[in-house]
Design a protein around this ligand. Structure first.
Ligand code: PBG
Length: 326
């Protein structure tokens, strides 16, 4: 055949394939979400997330040290709270002597250069298992802000670098920006969960934290998976309220949303490769149904190709090992 264009010419060797590669993953892209628990010298594996553990503080510090050696330097903390410490108003969330705030302090003390991202939402501490204050079966938007403000301030005081309001309710970013600024924390960044969908892929995470809602679902605050234009409204609001990063969550089933925000906003775009996405690949790999390492790297690459500059992923440590091999 007399073809002028033969795209295979640029695929004929590893050297040329590398040369024309459009997207490259780097360990500096990753944020590792970590689960923390009370106790000493204990870790417990999340049954639906093989290889992912809840750590007591001492073991967490070792784990963070290992990750830092691999080049992963930002961690997003999520607490497993005993049922006895949960209440309607999530008061444990801003207890300066509580698990979460003490953990931030200890990490920053031991690893001053590590960046700590925090979760600002009531669910791990709420006896209702919802992200907001519940009254007569309704999740309240505005009254929940006061709790979130106290939480973010306590986290900032303990040394948090980035706060992540994750409840997908209205007015979060603007309110937290104001609270942080009034507290003198101008340098604490906000990563807004701009487009967080009401997703089945959060199942294993709720196992990890025992944080599943005690009634109903989260559809009055998290977005409908059918919508993409609504993501632009959410992102615009968070942008206007002062967000430093815009996040899309989950990642793999929402690559179009990542691209949409990347095309329309000039802030860094983050994508949260969530617990269920991790579990699917691990389960298939354990069964020998696919090559887990390749599926992991291909997924992360796809998330980056779609337009995410930052990837929150439970694969961060494992992927860092793979990247460090080259
Ligand atoms: C809730 C929150 C969730 C996740 C992070 N923050 C789950 C939910 O909305 O119930 C999920 C993360 C994951 O699945 O990995 N504030």
């Amino acid at each position: 055949m007399n073809l002028i264009r033969r795209p295979r010419r640029n695929r004929q060797s590893a050297v040329i394939r590398d040369m024309v590669q459009e997207t490259r993953l780097s360990v500096t892209d990753f944020i590792l979400p970590v689960f923390i628990m009370e106790g000493q010298n204990v870790r417990s594996e999340v049954s639906s997330m093989p290889g992912i553990y809840r750590y007591s503080l001492d073991l967490l510090l070792n784990e963070i040290g290992d990750c830092v050696d691999l080049g992963v330097k930002t961690f997003d903390l999520f607490p497993n709270i005993a049922e006895s410490k949960k209440d309607k108003y999530a008061t444990e969330s801003y207890n300066p002597d509580g698990l979460y705030i003490q953990t931030i302090r200890a990490i920053k003390d031991r690893f001053p250069d590590v960046m700590i991202m925090t979760d600002v939402a009531m669910d791990p501490y709420s006896s209702d298992g919802h992200d907001g204050i519940v009254e007569n079966g309704k999740i309240l938007n505005d009254p929940t802000l006061e709790v979130l403000g106290k939480m973010a301030l306590a986290q900032a005081q303990a040394g948090a670098n980035i706060v992540g309001p994750s409840d997908m309710m209205d007015g979060r970013v603007g309110y937290l920006r104001q609270v942080l600024d009034e507290g003198g924390f101008h340098d604490v960044a906000i990563m807004s969960y701009a487009a967080k969908y009401a997703s089945a892929f959060y199942g294993p995470f709720r196992d990890a934290l025992d944080s599943a809602p005690k009634f109903g679902d989260k559809k009055t605050y998290q977005m409908n998976p059918a919508n993409s234009r609504e993501a632009l409204i959410e992102a615009q609001l968070d942008y206007d309220e002062g967000a430093d990063f815009l996040m899309v969550k989950p990642a793999l089933a929402y690559l179009d949303i990542i691209k949409l925000l990347n095309d329309n906003f000039h802030l860094p775009i983050a994508a949260y490769n969530v617990s269920g996405e991790y579990a699917m690949i691990k389960a298939a790999a354990q069964n020998g149904w696919l090559d887990g390492e390749r599926a992991m790297m291909e997924s992360l690459m796809a998330i980056k190709r779609a337009g995410a500059n930052v990837i929150l992923t439970y694969f961060a440590k494992e992927a860092a090992r793979v990247l460090n091999k080259y």
